[in-house]
Design a protein around this ligand. Structure first.
Ligand code: GH3
Ligand code: MG
Ligand code: MG
Ligand code: MG
Length: 312
């Protein structure tokens, strides 16, 4: 990425990146009061390359969901503390987990009871003993569709980046983690400069190409642990965990400089454009929306100081 380059080569790689994220192994959370059963289930799934985590104490389920982010949940029906159906209701109460598939795995063979359980937030009912290939096929199919739908739900369709709602959710998650681990957290907001002129002079499809190219450029330049979102039309937001404002500024300023050097082939002459950026670092017990508004104010200052710059 130096000197003059053709942005269309970058766009082709956007598809590759999207595909990569979809081939990560599935993650399954198992809740069963019997350790022997969880071990048995884990072994079956692990043999198929599925990553598992198990809980014998259902009380920990919400914490495990937040931390492990499973693609699917396997629940036992009868546990001393609570029933699987009660647990399913609790999980479904949280909007974030409404679409995570829940499969009951139980020795219960009464069809009426099984159907009741499925009416309480479960998607499927499998009876023990179960053959490994039956369990694996069920988990794979359910997890694949759930992952696809979730990806569609949290991502922006033009760029493949996280959408506005989800980037704010990720900011909140990162905020909680930063407080717990006593680590810095930065939030950056980017806005392409004079973008209306790009559309007016080169047409809307060219504007879209610029947006997609910046999205891909950010993906390539930032760390895997950073979260990148399309905040609005030509606005982007980046969550940078474990990063103070000075470091975030250095990183984003480097990206800014290189992006401004890019050339998009066009007539009568190649197009280049820039973005402005505002950065804020989490302070104390600050709420996520306050942090975001500070980044927005910094962006506003960057615009007023002449654009194509990063402000904190
Ligand atoms: P400034 O430097 O102050 O940010 O100037 P600007 O022209 O970028 O400011 P403004 O926010 O007023 O204009 C943004 C333009 O971005 C307006 C809108 O038509 C265009 N836009 C928003 N979303 C898209 C999109 O998805 N594709 C394209 N091509 N254009 C978009
Ligand atoms: Mg049990
Ligand atoms: Mg704007
Ligand atoms: Mg703009």
């Amino acid at each position: 990425f130096s000197g003059s380059l053709d942005a269309s080569a970058l766009l082709e790689r956007l598809e590759d990146l999207t595909r990569l994220t979809q081939t990560e192994p599935y993650k399954v959370l198992i809740v069963d009061d019997s350790r022997a059963q969880t071990t048995f289930t884990e072994r079956m799934l692990n043999s198929a390359g599925i990553i598992t985590r198990s809980l014998t104490d259902p009380i920990q389920v919400m914490a495990a969901l937040a931390e492990f982010q499973p693609d699917l949940i396997i629940l036992d029906m009868y546990m001393p503390e609570c029933r699987g159906t009660e647990l399913a209701k609790v999980i479904r109460h949280h909007e974030r987990y409404v679409s995570v598939p829940i499969i009951y795995l139980s020795a219960e063979d009464d069809l009426d009871k099984q159907l009741d359980a499925m009416g309480e937030g479960g998607d499927d009912f499998l009876t023990k003993p179960i053959q490994a290939r039956h369990l694996i096929a069920t988990v794979r199919n359910r997890a694949a569709r759930a992952r696809y739908l979730k990806a569609r739900m949290v991502r922006d369709s033009l760029t493949g980046l996280y959408n506005h709602t989800h980037i704010l959710q990720l900011l909140e998650d990162a905020r909680v983690r930063a407080r717990r681990d006593q680590q810095p957290l930065s939030f950056a907001m980017l806005d392409i400069d004079h973008f209306k002129q790009v559309n007016d002079r080169y047409g809307h499809p060219m504007g879209d190409r610029v947006i997609k190219s910046l999205a891909l450029f950010l993906k390539q330049r930032l760390r895997k642990s950073d979260h990148i979102g399309r905040y609005g039309g030509e606005e982007f937001a980046v969550v940078l965990p474990d990063t103070d404002a000075a470091t975030a500024t250095r990183v984003l300023d480097d990206i800014r400089r290189r992006f401004a050097e890019m050339h998009f082939p066009a007539q009568p002459q190649d197009l280049s454009c820039s973005f402005s950026c505002g950065i804020a670092e989490l302070q104390g017990e600050q709420e996520a929306k306050v942090l975001a508004s500070h980044a927005d104010e910094a962006l506003y200052r960057a615009k007023h100081a002449g654009r194509n710059r990063v402000e904190t």
